[in-house]
Design a binder for this molecule. Structure first.
Ligand SMILES: Cc1ncc(COP(=O)(O)O)c(C=O)c1O
Length: 369
């Protein structure tokens, strides 16, 4: 056991030791094990409550006998189908093990140790982790009204900045920057900066002034647009997302990524899910109706929230978020504590939303045991 005598400080770089592990939403099975109950619901990770498309399930069954083969490292079929849908060439697409991996790939490909990136705060925590894991520095710019302060973010760019991360709509607030705001930002941002526009919730957006971020990609700007099959497509457990950028940037990321980072089952399921417009329509509808229900609840209760362009809502509770979170857990409902007095709740099925509403009213109106 000689290895144990060497201190971790000597083995692990300081910037890795300083990383804060990602805190995922609590899995349903874990809560059920802890409480010794069944029937818990999870409104914590912005998943599609309808589940995956039935077409994706069929595709998974069809591909299962072939999983002794390596996947297609070039993702030919899915890339071709997506390229047609998006009216771009296949060479403008890169795939990842979830869009999470593409965020990491952006940092590993474009950031040198000691250089910096810019992101909003609060925003998706993975931006900060991947930058730190590269021994980079992150400039965090506070949100304004739940959305990115794009003017402030442009001003936060310094000589060593390489990447700006913009989640639009933003997670955890659900608020979005409009086309005018992004256009003004794109005018200011120097050409050598890689702008990562993370559109994980793109398909849920209903506002007409949502930016057409792909237009900057098409213009040849250094913009990478990220989307995912984890949210509206209901394939979070399979881990597949994609990025769109000019071919030179895609080529650079392809050199850094693992050769088989998009697995065979995920590729087949994503291709099938992409063709299921009916499932997409239903998912949008359930989410829209769920938001209307939740907004009415929060207005009735006087709880502050941001109108959301995604499938979750950020709440300002004006009381201890951890206590409310744990009181909800005891009623079998998992949400996400986000700040000292804030939680984020994902939109569920109508019956899940009703169950949340009942428990939430009881907890907020009465006491917390
Ligand atoms: C803004 C944003 N980006 C990226 C992701 C990562 O999604 P995935 O890796 O499952 O594609 C999430 C997931 O919650 C997210 O909210």
């Amino acid at each position: 056991m000689v290895g144990r005598e060497i201190s971790v400080e000597n083995l692990v770089p300081e910037y890795v030791r300083a990383l804060v592990p990602y805190a995922p939403g609590k899995p349903i099975e874990e809560l059920e094990r802890e409480l010794g109950i069944t029937g818990c619901i999870k409104l914590a990770s912005n998943e599609n409550p309808l589940g995956p498309s039935p077409r994706a399930l069929e595709a998974i069954a069809a591909v299962a006998p072939s999983i002794h083969r390596y996947p297609d490292g070039n993702v030919f079929n899915l890339k071709k189908a997506l390229a047609e849908r998006l009216s771009i060439e296949p060479s403008w697409l890169v795939f990842g093990n979830g869009s999470n991996e593409l965020i990491e790939l952006a940092a590993r490909t474009f950031l040198r140790p000691g250089e910096s990136a810019v992101a909003g705060n609060p925003s998706f925590s993975v931006y900060g982790s991947v930058v730190q894991a590269m021994n980079g520095r992150m400039h965090l710019v506070p949100l304004v009204d739940g959305r990115h302060d794009l003017e402030g973010m442009a001003e936060a760019i310094t000589a060593d900045t390489r990447i700006v991360f913009i989640a639009n709509p933003n997670n955890p607030t659900g608020a979005m920057n409009d086309a005018g705001e992004l256009a003004a930002f794109m005018e200011k941002v120097p050409d050598h900066i890689i702008v990562v526009v993370d559109e994980a919730y793109y398909e849920y957006v209903t506002r007409e002034d949502y930016p057409d971020s792909m237009s900057y990609v098409r213009e040849g700007r250094n913009v990478i647009v990220l989307r995912t099959f984890s949210k509206i497509y209901g394939l979070a457990g399979l881990r597949i997302g994609y990025g769109m950028a000019r071919p030179e940037l895609v080529d650079a990321m392809n050199r850094v990524r693992q050769p088989f980072n998009a697995n065979a089952v995920a590729q087949a399921a994503a291709l099938a899910a992409l063709g299921d417009d009916d499932h997409m329509r239903k998912s949008i509808q359930v989410n829209y109706e769920g938001k209307v229900f939740m907004y009415a609840l929060f207005q009735e209760m006087g709880v502050g929230y941001y109108p959301s362009e995604a499938n979750f809502i950020w709440l300002e509770l004006e009381r201890d978020a951890k206590e409310v979170y744990s009181a909800l857990l005891h009623k079998g409902i998992i949400v996400r504590p986000m700040g000292p007095t804030q939680i984020r709740v994902s939109i569920g099925l109508p019956e899940e939303n009703r169950r949340f509403a009942e428990a939430f009213k009881e907890i907020m109106g009465g006491g917390i045991e």
